[in-house]
Design a protein around this ligand. Sequence first.
Ligand code: GRF
Length: 207
Amino acid sequence: MTLALGVLVSGSGSNLEAILEAIARRELDAEVRLVVSNKRGAFALERAARRDVPTAFVDHEAFPTREAFDADVVSRLRGRGVEAVVLAGFMRIVTPVLLEAFPDRVVNIHPALLPAFPGVHGPRQALEYGVKVAGCTVHMVDAGVDTGPIVAQAAVPVLAGDTEASLAARILREEHRILPRALAWLARGELVVERGAGRPRVRVPAS
Ligand code: GRF
């Protein structure tokens, strides 16, 4: 059953591109029904338009609260029949308004090996800390910041002479690999969030 996706973006959209390419290669049984950006000039909107994917610019500054912004976004997503939401380089905190509209169906890609280095500058924090291994994480979004249950991760080496840009680029290549794969699991109904004692965990297919 083709999964109807909504993708929220703020910037370049390389993860969006990776999703669209995986769909084109029939590696991901999904359809991107709407791309929503909170940034007017986000190149991600150009990437979507080039592939005839519907887009919307929703200016978060035009709303009195995060909840009001989310309600507008939810309305647009529902209007397109979206079943799952991907935060792909989306730089806003989402609220329960969005999470409750798509329970266990909001996925984020983060450029660090969570729980290490949450927040907006994962690669920079990794370099500043001096870790020798960095990476990226796909996780289900909960009400916290980068705290939801983990779906997939990939590690990359931190090399001598790395800059924030060189490390971020190495991580980004892995993001483009693990995000479409995680979404393919979701599309096949193979992701199960297990809630018991302690943290929720996501059961994924045996690799
Ligand atoms: C990526 O590293 C993503 O993890 C972070 O923003 C960066 C750019 O993503 N949230 P994209 O090229 O806009 O998909």
